[in-house]
Design a protein around this ligand. Structure first.
Ligand SMILES: [Zn+2]
Length: 137
């Protein structure tokens, strides 16, 4: 592998990891109200356009979205890039990683308070710290 390929595969790994660990409906629900349709779908007003139509849908098992109004669709990374106009996919990954870091630190605090075994959480926080710091150096 040349150095470009190493960077490339690390990036791909980071994309996949944060995608698998993030929850699209949790993230989207900070911006829009979502209503559950059956077991697998959520529906709401599209956050990318000025409309009252509830044309925005999320598939929970697939972790993807689609809007029948503006035809935008994709995964959680695309959701961030559509929502925050200037955001690149890599910036979206970083944003989710930082959010994950905060969430894990909180979980760790709670675990310590409740005298639960913090080993796994400490490992996760360490790993995320490494990823985030590398990004900023
Ligand atoms: Zn739309």
């Amino acid at each position: 592998m040349n150095s470009f390929e190493v960077v490339q595969s690390n990036l791909e790994e980071r994309f996949n990891k944060i995608k698998n660990e993030s929850c699209l409906q949790d993230y989207a629900s900070h911006y829009i109200e979502l209503e559950k349709i059956g077991d697998s779908y959520l529906k709401g007003k599209c956050p990318f356009e000025d409309t009252n139509d509830r044309s925005f849908t999320i598939s929970i098992p697939k972790q993807i979205f689609y809007c029948f109004g503006c035809h935008k669709g994709g995964d959680i990374i695309s959701f961030l890039t559509f929502l925050h106009k200037e955001m690149t996919p890599i910036k979206a990954v970083e944003t989710l990683e930082k959010q994950k870091f905060k969430q894990k630190v909180n979980e760790l605090k709670i675990a310590l308070r409740n005298n639960e075994d913090p080993t796994d959480l400490i490992e996760e926080v360490k790993l995320l710290t490494k990823i985030i710091l590398k990004e900023e150096s």
